[in-house]
Design a protein around this ligand. Structure first.
Ligand code: NI
Ligand code: MN
Length: 227
């Protein structure tokens, strides 16, 4: 499993030979837009955690370009189905065996309206079990006790957690979240894109290290391999 970071919560995950794109927000991201050509991005599936623009802005264009299937909550799936895009609707607590692995849509505490005011249902995160590795993509969320449920049914190799604060958890809560999900390996997301969520990278990494955990922060376009 290979995970490339394209800023905010945009993750391009290669599982065997399947491309899973998460929360594509590139053309509106000042940190990413000049570095990533969305017309060249491969995608078989596009997973959307919730409907906020900084998670879905490029989903329609990339889905139409690639023929990818959008996987999200029921309301978001219906929104894109009405635009002629292939969708797979899910809802909280449900899982499905896709060809690349099993996906479970899990709880997040946040909001989820589309920029045009359409109903984006309730926000979520994803637990993906694929190619022998298991990851948790929290999406935008507060620290929540529901995270404690995850290690009751799976063992995570990586937790992908928001750390930018203001709209989501910050670093201190993300450290507690990594306790709750029982995973010491954390990839930080949802930071630096806007003034509200700028963070001190060194300080953030040090705090995780002091707690006996590892925080990885990737440059735009940088990737990590789980093997
Ligand atoms: Ni959001
Ligand atoms: Mn967001």
């Amino acid at each position: 499993m290979e995970i490339t970071f394209y800023g905010q919560n945009t993750l391009h995950i290669l599982i065997k030979d399947t491309y899973v794109l998460v929360d594509p927000f590139i053309s509106g991201n000042p940190l990413a837009k000049d570095q990533v050509d969305i017309s060249k991005l491969k995608a078989d599936y596009i997973l959307l955690t919730h409907a906020h623009e900084d998670h879905v802005l490029d989903a329609e264009a990339i889905a139409k370009n690639t023929g990818a299937t959008i996987v999200s909550n029921y309301e978001i799936a219906m929104y894109y189905q009405s635009k002629g895009i292939k969708v797979h609707p899910m809802n909280h607590g449900g899982k499905w065996n896709f060809d690349f692995g099993t996906v479970k849509y899990v709880n997040a505490i946040h909001t989820s309206s589309f920029a045009d005011g359409s109903n984006g249902g309730q926000p979520g995160g994803f637990v993906i079990e694929g190619a022998l590795k298991t990851i948790y993509i929290a999406g935008d969320t507060a620290l929540t006790m529901d995270m404690k449920l995850i290690p009751m049914y799976t063992t995570l190799d990586l937790a992908i957690l928001p750390i930018g604060d203001n709209f989501t958890m910050g670093v201190d809560d993300a450290i507690i979240a990594s306790d709750f999900v029982e995973c010491k390996e954390v990839l930080g997301v949802h930071y630096d894109t806007f003034g509200y969520i700028e963070i001190d990278h060194k300080k953030a990494k040090q705090k995780f290290e002091d707690a006996g955990k590892t925080l990885t922060l990737l440059e735009i376009g940088e990737k990590i391999s789980l093997s």
